[in-house]
Design a protein around this ligand. Structure first.
Ligand SMILES: [Zn+2]
Length: 497
């Protein structure tokens, strides 16, 4: 080889190295000519561009065509939209929808089928990240993660930080509830109702938060709930307990997210300044019968404080809708459910045994009356959400799937329903998308790896045939889901017998 040619080749190689857009891929994915819909700060400027992934990580995103070589798969994104994978920051993966533990024991096959389909059902609706808010055991985490395709799972430790005998510990019989809630908080006023074998020193906010951190949790889930549906008055955390939980969470780099849906809870939690309230404000207590078209001053002031402190607000409108669904025979015949719920389980829901919770909740109530009551609560929930949205509150997407043993909250399907209800409440589409991507990622400290489409982030993303900034139906017009660089066609996620 003559010297001039050698020099030329060397120069060319050097200039290629300098040119960042020349990518040599070994396990690549190239999505070309796609409309990129992503944000870092809530403002969207979609553009047609190109996206390159190598070994599960985004290595290029931009308007100009990259020069790539090596081994890669290509997707022509012409006419399509790409958005970051969706994050649901309030789910429970520990139960089978519509069943109590004794049902799951009686029907191990239904349970197995459900757990095999559940991760795919979340992906089917674009959810690539889930945060389990509440207890989950080591075994449950391991068995979820053993599934061949699944969303990324984050959690809040082996149990929530509930005060002794408070919500949701109250659901378990007294002899089991303390073992079932290893992270309960000792409270002086409950001392007589805590078995002696539990040492108060192991149940201070500090001890509990340390344990949650050590078990791999990213957040601490606590509760402010004095009871509903005829429960006797439950103990709730004191100001000093909640403030200590907040301080301890922060010194461990964790996020404090708290259950609360009443005016009393929201005002208590806004005052403390917790990071996230895990539900919207729909239990208006003394204002429950006011007209559904204007906010009472006290509600408005509580929301104003949350907006001012930028406390994360998780609407979870499907908590209400998913219970109300039990009053409608039509719900179980929604065709979409067949794609995300195993057939045998759908059939079981229709049996007398499967209708147990519907009967428990509504008994002989007239269907019209159920809709009137739930409609009123939902109207209040939507009004509070709209106010928060109009005034730049921090909205976090979360469904609380399932919020109760209701078959009305099905994995994935419930998320799409939540999107539609948020739109119905008057939240603009750009805010809806941010709530399920960048807002959740930033609030839960996951934004270094997910929440937006950016070089260096994990390739969790969805390709849609409709524009999610133009129509809510885009969330049901998903063509492909990419998780950690792996491409999955939506139809491959459907339930198949
Ligand atoms: Zn929940």
């Amino acid at each position: 080889m003559n010297k001039t040619l050698l020099l030329l080749i060397t120069l060319l190689a050097l200039s290629c190295q300098k040119n960042k857009e020349n990518l040599n891929l070994t396990q690549g994915l190239y999505i070309s000519n796609v409309t990129i819909v992503t944000t870092e700060d809530g403002n969207y400027s979609p553009y047609i561009g190109h996206l390159v992934v190598e070994k599960g990580e985004i290595v290029y995103i931009g308007e100009s065509e990259p020069s790539i070589s090596g081994k890669f798969e290509q997707i022509d994104g012409t006419g399509k939209f790409i958005v970051p994978g969706l994050i649901d920051s309030h789910v429970h993966l520990t139960e089978v929808q519509g069943m109590l533990p004794h049902h799951m024991e009686k029907y191990p096959e239904l349970t197995k089928e459900f757990n095999r389909q559940m991760p795919k059902s979340y992906l089917y609706y674009g959810f690539t990240t889930l945060i389990n808010l509440g207890g989950i055991s080591k075994e449950q985490i391991a068995s979820f993660n053993l599934q061949p395709i699944k969303p990324d799972l984050y959690h809040t430790g082996y149990s929530g930080a509930s005060v002794a005998n408070g919500y949701p510990m109250n659901f378990a019989p007294e002899q089991y509830r303390f073992e079932a809630a290893p992270n309960f908080i000792f409270m002086e006023s409950e001392a007589d109702h805590i078995p002696d074998k539990f040492n108060p020193a192991d149940h201070t906010p500090k001890a509990v938060v340390d344990r949650i951190k050590n078990s791999g949790g990213i957040a601490v889930k606590s509760y402010y709930e004095s009871g509903f549906r005829g429960m006797s008055k439950l103990p709730v955390p004191t100001k000093s307990i909640m403030s200590e939980l907040l301080d301890e969470s922060h010194s461990n780099g964790l996020v404090l997210t708290v259950h609360g849906n009443s005016l009393e809870a929201h005002s208590f939690l806004a005052d403390i300044g917790v990071d996230v309230i895990a539900h919207g404000l729909w239990n208006w207590e003394k204002y429950k019968d006011v007209p559904t078209d204007s906010l009472p001053l006290e509600i408005k002031e509580t929301l104003d404080l949350q907006i001012q402190k930028q406390i994360g607000y998780t609407p979870t409108l499907t908590v209400i809708a998913g219970e109300e669904a039990l009053a409608d025979d039509a719900f179980l015949n929604i065709p979409e459910l067949k794609k995300v719920v195993p057939k045998n389980l759908l059939e079981w829901y229709k049996t007398e045994e499967g209708q147990w919770f519907a009967k428990d909740l509504f008994g002989d109530f007239d269907v019209e009356e159920v809709h009137r009551i739930y409609g009123n609560i939902q109207a209040h929930a939507m009004l509070a959400l709209k106010y928060l949205s109009d005034n730049n509150g921090l909205i976090l997407f979360g469904t609380d799937t399932p919020s109760a043993p209701t078959y009305g909250n099905q994995p994935g399907h419930n998320g799409y329903w939540e999107f539609k209800l948020m739109e119905e409440a008057g939240v603009p589409l750009n805010k809806i998308l941010s709530s399920a991507t960048i807002n959740n990622a930033k609030t839960f400290h996951l934004d270094s790896s997910i929440g937006s489409l950016k070089t260096g982030k994990k390739a969790n993303m969805i390709i849609m045939s409709k524009n999610p900034l133009k129509e809510i139906e885009a969330y049901d017009a998903i063509e492909k889901v990419v998780i950690g660089g792996e491409i999955i066609k939506r139809e491959d996620l459907e339930f198949k017998e």
